[in-house]
Design a protein around this ligand. Structure first.
Ligand code: F6R
Length: 242
């Protein structure tokens, strides 16, 4: 596990470069994407690089980590909507090659096909992750089995509280989600995780220094052969001090 400490702008730029390198090297790159606040600057950097002609997404296939159950892709808090707004609408990608889990309709059927779809596409070449304050990655909450594939899950009270900042009222936050599992994530060839802010410090400590335990889902990343953790000083503060 490699660790890089810098401010949000610096670490986002480095992650964008990691993506650009993989995309430019591969004939049919497959990239794994996350939603939330953490990757926003990375996506802004990728949009800029695309407009400058430094990278093209024409041959890229994407797979997103997760989606809320109950939200249609047109809902402004759905992760499909987030991805369209913050990345896909601004780059030269074919939307048919963008895969986001469904939250309505026959979403369970799609969820069960998801890992096979990723495998058929050749596997994820590079996956970006954020991290929850409780140590979740994607929506793999504490005590999710390490061998989990894409599945439906219940969100913890902590995650619902954290995510309520993006909704009008906490009662509007969905309580269930579909998510790639921990094994699905570990299957990615390369992983980059971004964490900023003091409220991520405890989770980052568990990620880097803690025992590998299902009660701290992110700790499984210690076993990944090519994983880089990008953090700012606040998120790194407990590791730096203990
Ligand atoms: C989102 C996802 C989540 C977030 C995490 C952090 O696709 O998988 O695990 O990465 O909840 O969210 P932010 O970045 O908003 O702090």
């Amino acid at each position: 596990m490699k660790i890089v400490v810098g401010n949000e702008k610096e670490i986002s730029a480095l992650i964008a470069e990691d993506f650009i390198k993989v995309i430019n090297e591969k004939e049919k790159p497959v990239i794994g994407l996350a939603t939330g606040t953490s990757p926003l600057q990375v996506y802004a950097d990728l949009i800029k690089a695309n407009k400058e002609g430094r990278v093209s997404f024409k041959n890229v296939t994407t797979f997103n980590l997760d989606e809320y159950v109950g939200l249609d892709g047109t809902h402004n808090q759905s992760y499909r909507y987030f991805m369209n707004e913050n990345l896909f609408n601004h780059i030269d990608i074919d939307k048919a090659n963008t895969n986001v889990l469904l939250g309505v309709g026959d979403y369970q059927k799609f969820m069960h096909e998801y890992d096979d779809m990723i495998a058929k596409a050749g596997g994820i070449d590079i996956q970006i992750l954020g991290i929850g304050s409780d140590g979740h990655i994607a929506f793999n909450e504490p005590n999710t089995p390490f061998d989990s594939l894409t599945h439906e899950t219940e969100l913890t009270a902590q995650t619902i509280k954290d995510n309520s900042r993006l909704f009008n009222d906490i009662s509007e936050v969905p309580t269930r989600a579909v998510t790639m599992g921990l094994k699905s994530i570990m299957n990615a060839k390369k992983i980059v995780l971004i964490a900023t802010g003091k409220n991520k410090a405890q989770a980052v400590y568990g990620l880097i220094k803690g025992p590998i335990t299902e009660s701290m889902p992110c700790s499984i990343l210690q076993k990944h052969p090519d994983c880089t953790i990008y953090v700012d000083e606040d998120a790194y503060s407990l590791v730096g001090n203990k």
